[in-house]
Unconditional design. Structure first.
Length: 327
């Protein structure tokens, strides 16, 4: 049995669907509350649903039956201001689960984030040396909490207090089905799709940087199924390959490219308008992110990423334009 935390969330639900489709038994841990988030799991017969407040007790009661813990559960909103809540969820819970995975001898794969890189002053290398990690400057509390646990994981592994295999995945700009509950944290693909559907036009931020044209800001946009494939690979990787890994495509693309791909997928002519970047985020706005995927490739992750055009077309045509957009 594989335990997936955040299993009803965006990336977690796609990982859950992939694992169940391959014949694994999956126990799902998440909060559902009053919205439609439950629909992310509705097509996938999990063997148990674990309440987050009971998670560690559940692991202790079922540890002998667990093969791996895939820890995607987190407060992922970059706008969250309750730092105590962020630390409790993103750091302390991750540390507790790490220790339980070590105690029961099971694999531990967790969600780190490209937000750990901050503005990218040191590049976007999944370097896990102490000096490199110490020099990272995340721009928000979410990114800081993820960076804090990355450092803790390295330290615990060096002290031989580690699961038999562990990996922290630094997700870049992920898009795809099952993100509908995320509100303002949804991918730009989904936001532009709704703009075009409702108004016929798309809005992008103007550039306030002399080296980038309007809409020319660059991101590493990664199809969510490629993230699930990387988790799948890590579940079979050799123990010596434990560590931090970027999860992206390795190729930055512009927001203009993305918007044009959405229009093409909807069979419409592009109609793109530019608006000023809000003052609240302009100072720390990132103009470039790109995952260095050399480490994962060298370790044996051979799957080629889905192109932006193909991924957007699949997302729009196979999900967003259908009566049932859930994976």
């Amino acid at each position: 049995m594989i335990l997936v935390t955040g299993a009803a969330g965006f990336i977690g639900s796609v990982i859950t669907a992939r694992l169940i489709g391959q014949g694994h038994q999956v126990a799902a841990c998440d909060r559902f509350e009053t919205g439609q988030k439950w629909r992310n799991l509705a097509k996938h017969p999990v063997v148990d649903i674990v309440a987050p407040q009971s998670l560690c007790d559940w692991v202790k009661a079922n540890g002998q039956d667990i093969e791996a813990i895939v820890h995607m559960g987190a407060i992922s909103a970059t706008t969250e201001t309750d730092v105590d809540l962020i630390v409790e969820t993103n750091f302390r819970l991750s540390r507790d689960l790490w220790r339980l995975a070590a105690e029961y001898g099971v694999r531990f794969i967790y969600a780190s984030s490209a937000a750990t890189y901050g503005a990218g002053e040191q590049g976007f290398r999944d370097d896990q040396s102490a000096d490199y990690l110490a020099g990272l400057r995340p721009l928000n509390a979410y990114g800081w909490s993820k960076a804090l646990f990355d450092v803790a994981a390295i330290r615990m592994a060096q002290q031989d207090a580690a699961p038999p295999f562990w990996a922290g995945l630094k997700f870049f700009n992920v898009y795809g089905p099952n993100e509908y509950h995320k509100g303002g944290q949804r991918s730009v693909v989904h936001q532009i799709y709704e703009q075009v559907r409702d108004t016929g036009r798309a809005r992008l931020f103007q550039s306030h940087h002399p080296d980038y044209e309007d809409g020319g800001q660059l991101r590493d946009f990664v199809w969510v199924e490629d993230c699930a494939a990387m988790v799948d690979w890590l579940l079979e990787a050799e123990p010596g390959q434990s560590g931090l890994y970027n999860c992206g495509t390795g190729k930055a693309r512009s927001f203009l490219d993305l918007a044009r791909a959405v229009f093409a997928a909807m069979d419409r002519e592009p109609d793109i308008h530019f608006v000023p970047t809000p003052d609240a985020i302009r100072r720390h706005y990132q103009y470039f992110t790109e995952a260095d995927m050399a480490k994962a490739r060298a370790a044996g992750f051979a799957q080629n990423p889905v192109s932006l055009e193909d991924g957007v077309a699949r997302y729009v045509r196979e999900f967003l334009l259908t009566d049932d957009p859930y994976r």
